[in-house]
Design a protein around this ligand. Structure first.
Ligand code: HEC
Ligand code: HEC
Length: 186
């Protein structure tokens, strides 16, 4: 039985993630995040090719109220843990590819961020998101949310607390200028 499920067992009695089921759930997300995870509106993040762990953790955080947003709290409340696992697997199955603007030197990337988010905005950790090609509005909003405590995370709350508004904007501009391409691996 365990082998038949691919050996993947998630917490809380959730079965192994099902990509086809995840694709169906993604129909509820596509007007804002696209079916492949390339965002359609500037306040929504690109989520295609994000680490599965990260996507699932954020959806559970919206569902439990640990992270709040007028749109996403409503969306996540309507999803079961199984649907969250499935849709996270669907978006994570895509690949995010980042390209720096012509003539830009990766060494000029914000040094205090690159160890986790990469110079090109591709995450180096399973529990951290890509920042490549996110709008500067989105990045700026999240940094302010961490700083003000509307969003909380042991590392990011501290990182954001140390940034001025101008520094946030400058860093947001670095990552927003990167071209993101989301490729379906199917
Ligand atoms: C009406 C638009 C809308 C719909 C529909 C929607 N989202 Fe979102 N989503 C957003 C916005 C806006 C944010 C940014 C929230 C914030 O600022 O904290 C977001 C954030 C997220 C995040 C956090 C990503 C990150 O980088 O932290 C995830 C994951 C996510 N959405 C997944 C989904 C999934 C899966 C669905 C469908 C089941 C969905 N969303 C449906 C608008 C939407
Ligand atoms: C030690 C690792 C680490 C460092 C350094 C770090 N981050 Fe993060 N970052 C994370 C993790 C982990 C998360 C996910 C937080 C969560 O789960 O809510 C995150 C989340 C974010 C988000 C939210 C993105 C989204 O999609 O919702 C932004 C924006 C962000 N970081 C920007 C930065 C910036 C800018 C810097 C440098 C000034 C930085 N981070 C430095 C680990 C790091």
């Amino acid at each position: 039985m365990l082998l038949a499920l691919g050996g993947v067992i998630l917490a809380g009695g959730v079965n192994a993630a099902d990509l086809d089921a995840g694709r169906k759930v993604a129909n509820m997300c596509r007007t804002c995040h696209g079916l492949d995870g390339y965002a359609m509106i500037p306040i929504a993040p690109h989520i295609g090719g994000e680490p599965e762990e990260y996507l699932e953790a954020q959806l559970m955080a919206f569902k439990t109220g640990q992270r709040e947003h007028e749109m996403m709290s409503v969306v996540a409340a309507s999803l079961s843990a199984q649907q969250i696992a499935d849709v996270s697997a669907w978006y994570a199955e895509h690949e995010a590819r980042a390209t720096l603007p012509d003539g830009v030197d990766p060494d000029d990337a914000p040094q205090e961020c690159v160890s986790c988010h990469g110079a090109d905005g591709i995450s180096q950790l399973v529990d951290a998101p890509h920042l490549a090609g996110e709008t500067n509005i989105y990045i700026d909003t999240q940094l302010k949310a961490f700083k003000r405590g509307q969003r909380s995370h042991e590392i990011m709350s501290e990182v954001a607390a140390g940034l001025s508004d101008a520094e946030m904007r400058e860093i947001a501009d670095w990552y927003a200028a990167i071209t993101l391409e989301i490729v379906s691996e199917e």
